[in-house]
Design a binder for this molecule. Sequence first.
Ligand code: NAP
Length: 317
Amino acid sequence: MTYKSVILGTGPAGLTAAVYLARANMEPLVIEGPEPGGQLTLTTEVENYPGFSDGIMGPQLMEDMKKQAERFGAVIKRGWVEDVDTSDRPFKLKINGMDDIETSTLIISTGASAKMLGIPGEKENIGKGVSTCATCDGFFFRDKKLVVVGGGDSAMEEANFLTKFASEVQIVHRRNELRASKIMQDRAKANEKITWALNKTPLEMQSDGMKISGLKVKDNDTGEEEVLETDGVFVAIGHNPNTEFVKGKLDMDDKGYILVDPGTTNTNVEGIFACGDVQDAKYRQAVTAAGTGCMAAMDAERYLEGEAVIDWSQTLS
Ligand code: NAP
């Protein structure tokens, strides 16, 4: 079967693209991958998505976006994309558990996944004190003691942000030297609410049965183990864009983020568009992902109409 448009991913970017394309009678097929709804389903309450004055639970927001896309005719199917043949038109997709699919346009919105430590107590306490997003969850830790794990720019940024709410933020890093840029390090070091636990490897997250109570760490020099008491652990050790399946087929940066023409969602292959976190290592917000999802739908629609793909950067200047 040949579709006018296939969207890969059901986070805010993919589902926004689906709403726009469905309303434009493009009958999009949306492939829902291994993490339906994307990263927002890993968070609790979302308070910074416009339009919800009392906040909304992340999973509920994604469920509503899905229903909204389906209401206009988007078809959403579960599947795991194994390969995309970009060498010919229409593009050919191999999706685990489905017959091969052909599509005139492809929107890639497979997102990025926060790297996790993989230690005991981590996975089961997501939403109970373990988080990968200070912007999403920091507000819930007013006057609490927090730990941020990581030594890069993300960890410094998350720690600084969290000091707006927390009474103390302890940065736990596995080496004595930080990876973060000097300016970010200096900012964190100048922040009186930030304390440091360097050269320590996280071993285990401990819970009081309801929520996180401590992080067990090992000193890498002495081998000594201790438990750092904390009300929450923010894991900030980087993200991996989910782009393995198009490696070598689309232009990417050295971390695997898909490169798009500035101000557009155009990849280097005409007819293939990228939106959301899969092409954004900087903002990574639900609302920015949704915004680029809208852009991708409009870029795809205009491409199909045979018009020149709009260079929005020209029209905006
Ligand atoms: P990153 O630079 O890759 O740093 C990841 C940090 O986590 C490193 O310190 C690393 O330790 C540590 N880490 C990784 N795996 C670990 C593990 N299993 N256990 C313990 N620690 C682990 O990632 P990032 O901080 O997310 O930054 C990604 C990119 O975004 C960078 O280019 C950064 O400059 C950029 N960024 C910029 C800004 C900004 O400018 N405002 C903000 C955020 C991010 P090691 O150092 O020992 O490897």
